[in-house]
Design a protein around this ligand. Structure first.
Ligand SMILES: NC(=O)c1ccc[n+]([C@@H]2O[C@H](COP(=O)([O-])OP(=O)(O)OC[C@H]3O[C@@H](n4cnc5c(N)ncnc54)[C@H](OP(=O)(O)O)[C@@H]3O)[C@@H](O)[C@H]2O)c1
Length: 285
């Protein structure tokens, strides 16, 4: 039976976690990838990782997916509105199966933030606490990739639009969060833990400076009000609900809710987190 199992293993974070587990020396036979589409995991199967098919939406598939697993990484689902039921189903299956430790990817400051994505994370943390499972909560701030994925648009328009009011954001790369998850999975058990994970904080002005410096193309940051950002996004084709949602995410940044001075990420990594400029350079390469 594999020691470790990772849900969402064909997703971007899950794939990085499996790669880094393997790179850290964990044998492939000790790893189970829990996936809803096994055909997407053929490359992992070819390397000896055990593929277990399950969707969060069908609780009957979950006991088999977690059977015999000692340490389970539950990567949060990607469908807001359904996630609490999905995560609860996994936690219930893990509890019944006697999983030794469950690690869950939450959001920074889950217990206090007004971020519209947070209520399902907060509720999942509560289910986890009530389950009696030994657990580790990885409260991840934003991925740097949320910004570097927009590099072509920044360069085309010369502008980074936002409504963050000059506040900082402790974004870190997916690869760093994956490595931190591997550290949490593989370290000796020490009871329940909550980590507030974020990289070196930057403002959108500093993001624009970094993009300009790395690419050699001048990009400036334009700070709007939340309402202005929502209407600008609607003008470029987003529906009102999505535009308002995106603007609300920036409002949460403006409130400082995605910034942290915690050094939990670098402590789990055993090194400083990847600098913003290196992440931009990696995309350019
Ligand atoms: N901190 C941030 O900035 C940030 C940004 C985006 C997302 N997130 C959160 O972090 C999670 C991981 O990020 P990511 O970049 O790896 O996202 P991703 O690439 O979209 O991966 C999501 C994974 O969840 C799996 N999944 C979705 N619904 C499922 C279901 N019903 N049953 C089983 N598996 C299901 C997907 O399966 P398939 O491979 O079959 O599609 C995929 O493997 C996201 O799901 C989201 O909760 C955080």
């Amino acid at each position: 039976m594999p020691t470790y199992a990772v849900t969402g293993a064909t997703g971007r974070l899950g794939r990085l976690v499996i790669e880094q587990l393997l790179a850290s020396g964990v044998p492939a036979t000790e790893i189970a990838a829990i996936v809803r589409s096994p055909e997407k995991a053929a490359d992992l199967a070819a390397r000896g990782v055990e593929i277990r098919e399950a969707t969060y939406d069908d609780p009957s598939m979950l006991p088999g997916a977690v059977a015999g697993v000692r340490r389970l990484l539950l990567i949060s689902g990607d469908t807001p509105g359904q996630r609490l039921a999905q995560h609860t189903a996994v936690i219930d299956a893990a509890t019944l199966a006697g999983v030794e430790r469950l690690i869950y990817t939450s959001i920074l400051k889950a217990d206090t933030t007004t971020n519209p994505l947070a209520p399902e994370h907060r509720a999942t943390e509560e289910v986890l606490a009530a389950s009696g499972l030994t657990h580790t909560v990885l409260r991840n701030s934003w991925y740097i990739e949320n910004y570097t994925d927009q590099l072509p648009q920044y360069l085309r328009t010369g502008t980074i639009l936002g409504a963050t009011g000059g506040s900082r954001i402790s974004a870190a790369t997916r690869a760093d969060y994956a490595e931190a998850a591997v550290s949490a999975l593989t370290r000796p058990a020490d009871g329940d833990a909550v980590y507030e994970l974020g990289g070196t904080a930057f403002t959108f002005d500093e993001l624009a400076e970094a993009v300009t410096e790395v690419t050699g193309s001048t990009v400036v940051h334009r700070d709007l009000s939340t309402a202005e950002l929502a209407s600008t996004l609607e003008n470029v084709g987003l529906d009102a609900g999505t535009a308002g949602f995106v603007a609300a995410l920036d409002h949460s940044i403006a409130l400082g809710e995605l910034a942290t001075d915690s050094d939990d990420l670098s402590r789990l990594l055993g090194r400083p987190s990847t600098p913003l400029r290196d992440a931009i350079r990696a995309v350019r390469a």
